[in-house]
Design a protein around this ligand. Structure first.
Ligand code: SF4
Length: 62
């Protein structure tokens, strides 16, 4: 699985980082994806983050 964040849309709320801290980082004020490939053990958390992102900024690309 791969995931992207649209930084034009991200509001920096941090829902994603709270759900999947090993995948998303918020130090820039918006979310960035820290991994090229989402580790299997974090896939469910990434799907939850995509579902719960308030601005729908998260896209699962593969
Ligand atoms: S949950 Fe969505 S809006 Fe909030 S920091 Fe993550 S990507 Fe950005």
């Amino acid at each position: 699985m791969k995931v992207e964040v649209d930084d034009d849309v991200c509001g920096g709320h941090g829902v994603c980082a709270s759900l999947a801290r090993d995948v998303f980082d918020l130090t820039a004020g918006y979310a960035v994806v820290k991994v090229d490939e989402v580790p299997k053990e974090h896939e469910a958390a990434v799907r939850a983050a995509a579902d719960q992102c308030p601005t729908y900024a998260i896209t699962i690309t593969s």
